[in-house]
Ligand binder design. Structure first.
Ligand SMILES: [Zn+2]
Length: 418
């Protein structure tokens, strides 16, 4: 039985591509920490970070250089970024030092100044090249060749300001939100950043060679906190990007915003769950969504949230439902005034009991003309008979006001539930 036409609307147009690069992988383990390998921590944080962006920014395309424990040459990471026309490239790593008391976060942008400290880090992060087949690829660039340096600086300058801005946001979130120690924003000559045609940073989440920091970063708590700091930096960066691009968020729009025309005779609802199980409106499976509407469709129950005739409002509701973890949620359009054909009608199921009650039982709280239908060893009690969904919804509201909060609409053929 098909009750309603289901229409899902396209998500907002993509206007931003972020490439997330989990450092190392496969045969290249990166640094060996006190509790876990660099490649594992980096991948875990990148996957969490990416799904957080995907969940909250339908207009952002997230590209991963790797989603599993595989080896990837550095130039491949850059190629993935450029092929996808990245707006931002974020490479995630963990630090390590012989001095096990070293700790703190740092974020690098591409640069050529050779400080001894960053040289140690860039040597470590670049050392993977010796595991790669095609080492000659990296020798094209010689930092001692003045011409190569000039060409590099010209390309790099275009993205440097934005790279530094993002790096700065990352370090600020690490310190302000997470209480971490920041070693600051630095420049270094990283192969993985060099060829990128986009703002690019390399984040060192902390020193996994340090006992405390290494244990923290390998823990769920440490990885989640690091992810959230990265995400908050991203969110702010993206907001600035949108401002520059002339995209203004809904809540920032000036009064001149055109009045949206409501859809006539239609209702938009968020369908977020479809199961053979019937939950009560306060069940934990509904994750705290209130005013949930439940519709029985054959042996399935369909759960809807919200009710609006504004498309923009429906989009907002959809996003909020997705943020609750209902990733398959979609907008469904209802034709409120469409009449059911023939003997079909809508009734509201408000009570199920193994007891047989008579018409006008006091338990019905004043509902009259109640239809009793035997279903296995149970009796279902229905109220109302409507031909349009609009009318059925009004009946449902009236029934709920009588105290039957779990009531829902069922389609009938004559006096038989369909
Ligand atoms: Zn690394």
């Amino acid at each position: 039985m098909l009750l309603f036409s289901s229409v899902s609307f396209a998500q907002k147009k993509t206007n931003f591509v972020v490439v997330l690069d989990a450092g190392h992988g496969g045969k290249d383990a990166g640094a060996r920490g006190v509790a876990d390998l660099e490649k594992n921590i980096a991948l875990d944080v990148v996957l969490r970070f990416g799904s957080l962006i995907e969940k909250n920014h339908p207009d952002v395309k997230v590209v991963y250089t790797r989603k599993t424990d595989v080896f990837l040459e550095l130039y491949e990471r850059t190629r993935i970024s450029n092929d996808n026309k990245a707006n931002l490239f974020i490479s995630v790593h963990c630090n390590s030092a012989k001095n096990t008391s070293a700790y703190g976060t740092e974020t690098f942008v591409m640069g050529l100044n050779r400080m001894s400290e960053t040289d140690e880090v860039s040597r470590a992060e670049n050392s993977v090249i010796f595991l790669e087949k095609d080492q000659a690829r990296y020798e094209k660039f010689n930092p001692k060749d003045p011409e190569a340096v000039i060409a590099f600086e010209i390309m790099n300058a275009a993205y440097k300001e934005q790279s530094i801005r993002f790096a700065d946001l990352v370090e600020t979130k690490f310190t302000k939100e997470q209480g971490r120690h920041s070693r600051g924003v630095k420049q270094a000559n990283f192969h993985v950043l060099r060829g990128n045609a986009s703002p690019s940073v390399l984040v060192e989440l902390g020193f996994i060679s340090n006992h405390d920091e290494g244990t923290y970063l390998a823990s769920n708590e440490g990885k989640q906190a690091s992810t959230e700091s990265l995400y908050k930096a991203f969110k702010e960066y993206k907001k600035e990007f949108d401002r520059r691009s002339g995209i203004i968020e809904e809540d920032e729009k000036p009064k001149a915003k055109p009045v949206e025309k409501p859809l006539e005779g239609k209702a938009l609802k968020i369908k977020f769950l479809e199961t053979t199980l019937k939950y009560t409106v306060t069940a934990p499976q509904l994750k705290g969504l209130t005013d949930v509407e439940i519709v029985q469709d054959g042996n399935k129950y369909i759960y809807y949230y919200g009710n609006t005739n504004l498309q923009s409002r429906a989009d907002d509701l959809l996003n909020s439902v997705k943020r609750k973890g209902f990733n398959k949620a979609e907008i469904v359009e209802f034709d409120l005034n469409k009449k059911l054909e023939g003997q079909k009608n809508y009734r509201v199921l408000f009570m199920s009991s193994n007891k047989k009650y008579k018409e006008r039982d006091e338990r019905f709280n004043g509902l009259s003309n109640v239809l009793r239908v035997k279903n296995g060893g149970m009796f279902n009690y229905y109220f109302g008979i409507d031909k349009t969904l609009d009318a059925a919804q009004k009946t449902l509201e009236a029934v709920q006001k009588k105290g039957f909060r779990n009531a829902f609409i069922v389609t009938f053929n004559g006096e038989e539930p369909m």
